[in-house]
Design a protein around this ligand. Sequence first.
Ligand SMILES: O=c1ccn([C@@H]2O[C@H](COP(=O)(O)OP(=O)(O)O[C@H]3O[C@H](CO)[C@@H](O)[C@H](O)[C@H]3O)[C@@H](O)[C@H]2O)c(=O)[nH]1
Ligand SMILES: [Mn+2]
Length: 734
Amino acid sequence: MGRDGQLPLFETKAAKGRLLFGLYAVSTFVGICLICVYRLTHLPEEGEVGRWPWIGLFLSELWYILYWFVILSVRWSPIYRNTFKDRLTQRYEKVLPGIDIFVCTANPIIEPPTMVINTVLSVMAYDYQPEKLSIYLSNDGGSCLTFYALLEASQFSKLWLPFCKKFKVEPRCPEAYFSSTLKPHHDDPLMAEEWSSIKKLYKDMRNRIEAVMNMGQITEEIRKQHKGFGEWNLASEPQNHQTILQILIDGRDGKAVDVEGQPLPTLIYLSREKRPKYHHNFKAGAMNALIRVSSRISNGEIILNVDCDMYSNNSESVRDALCFFMDEETGHEIAYVQFPQCFNNITKNDLYANSLNVCMEVELAGFDSNGGPSYIGTGCFHRRETLCGKKYGEKCEREQTTRNNNERIEENASVLEEIGKVLASCSYEDYTQWGKEMGLKYGCPVEDTLTGLSIQCRGWKSIYFTPERKAFLGVAPTTLLQTLIQHKRWSEGDFQIFLSSHCPFTYGHKMIPLKLQISYCLFLLLAPNCLPTLYYVAIPSLCLLKGISLFPKISSLWILPFAYVMSSSCAYSLGEFIWCGGTLLGWWNDQRMWVFKRTTSYFFGFSETILKQLGFAKSSFAVTSKVADEEESKRFEKEVMEFGAPSPMFTILAALALLNLFAFIGGIKRMIMDVPAHVLDSLLLQLLLCGVLVFINLPVYQGLFLQKDASRVPYSVTYQSIAFTLLACSIALY
Ligand SMILES: O=c1ccn([C@@H]2O[C@H](COP(=O)(O)OP(=O)(O)O[C@H]3O[C@H](CO)[C@@H](O)[C@H](O)[C@H]3O)[C@@H](O)[C@H]2O)c(=O)[nH]1
Ligand SMILES: [Mn+2]
């Protein structure tokens, strides 16, 4: 029961199956202790072969044990939330706050404008009073083609919104809706008719936008449709232009209505100023410009941030989020409500492990119970004042950015556009706290994690909410390289936070619970995982070639803890994976990606972070492509691994795969030729490990030797990797 005897607006439930989890944790812990005892008591004497590989292996294992404790503490007691939207409506319908929605895009080629406006339309159609909704599109690509697409969307919304509301359609992203639903049956002839006509109008619009995209420019005729195009006479280069701010729909304007005469949400286009002299700070820079501009135009109390590829799949999400913010008991403590990142282009067995299901279903729910989820960049509702640097419980002093909420904004649209242009200019942030104490933080490729952490360290709580009907659906990378590069950015940014003054253990000391500090390490310490993994996939195999044993004999009892820890961990992760909706083959693919990411993405992420610390490298942000060519898409659908592009990441993958293949063949040969049974006895576990790695790497061999189309491993990579492998093997053997 909440304050004043009212029922709360949300409830919290603990996860089930804790006993089983405890059993797994305790028994595995015993196994781990025994492994340590074995490693210490069986350490080869000084001068004996295998002493150094042994020590290295033990250090790797120690790292994994440390990381296992992190994994365990995140999973200890996940919680799940449930909202009561009817109570919200009953109590607060008249006083619901204004919501500002920020959609970010950065590149018209890899983030096609059709996709961007689909996202925009889906959030315009939220089940919420349109007078209280304002949608901002931030275009860092600076392309007028995106502006044109948004102009089209503003027209189309006049039909789309009433259609969605009249027939309560889901999802409210037109592309997703029309490709997932069939024409409604004749029992509702009215809807069937409207359905067909809207579908046709949507397709016409899409064709117009695509035609313009193919031309690469807009025609004179289109240019005349809106004064805004005039801005591009001055803005020739995407990275060097003035602010472009256009209010396409002004919700306050009585004439801004849909075809049924109902008001429309406000719709605004923004390309912040870009100048070569000024660093633009990637998405964080875009978000901060949006925060300032919106504070003068609509000043919504709540800000929703979505990436341009993450359409709203659930028209009730705003209300879900408000159930947390407006809860009488705890609402005032909550800074942000994070929804999971889900994707609509995951294939059945998820070859590249992009679904992030376990992270979204289990790990973030664990964060929630340990003190609050991190901010993951998209699908997150923020309280505006917390983004402006306010501490929990403090009165907001920085009035320049937040206006009084009751104050009505009276200026007309063109005045607001002029004011906004100043707020989004490069020099506005000079000598201010923006990017430091205010807004999203600069200087880190994972601005989201860093910003979320600092909000939590200012005393705020956060909430993680996974509704049954997914709230947002996005586009996951569709090639191996894109996935690896994305994870490199993440691991690099995360590790950078760990090494910085924002390390949760110091920065968060006494500010957030210890268990949350530890939980953050799950992400922040991903990068260093590359070292033990590289060691584990290379050294035991090389030792196998040489005949050095690093694991207990099969006939010894010491084999038991190794066998137990391996099988219990596999069983646990498989169970968790299936529980989160995965398949058996999906789990296997996930294991493969586990190895691939650790030996490439995290390795590069780790090295670059170190180089950055030493001042040798600068930060970058490789935007993930949301499109693939036709052949690529076909292979993606068929779950054929894509190696097409030459990349040092592939050289490492191929070299490690070949190394294990050679070692495996060498190991088998040794067993057959050298006959004495003790070889088999002392090397079998190593042979098994090597065999599993060979099995994991099957798609790599396929890419090296069998695939003939554009997806094969490039020859340059093949030669390099063969050279590396031969070198490594000969060093090991002689
Ligand atoms: O200079 C830039 C670069 C990127 N973006 C936008 O940022 C978003 C995320 O970029 P994307 O390439 O899709 O990155 P992902 O790896 O998919 O994104 C995840 O990880 C990022 C941090 O690395 C977060 O910013 C994202 O919100 C989160 O979804 C996209 O909408 C981009 O348009 C900008 O607005 N300006
Ligand atoms: Mn993305």
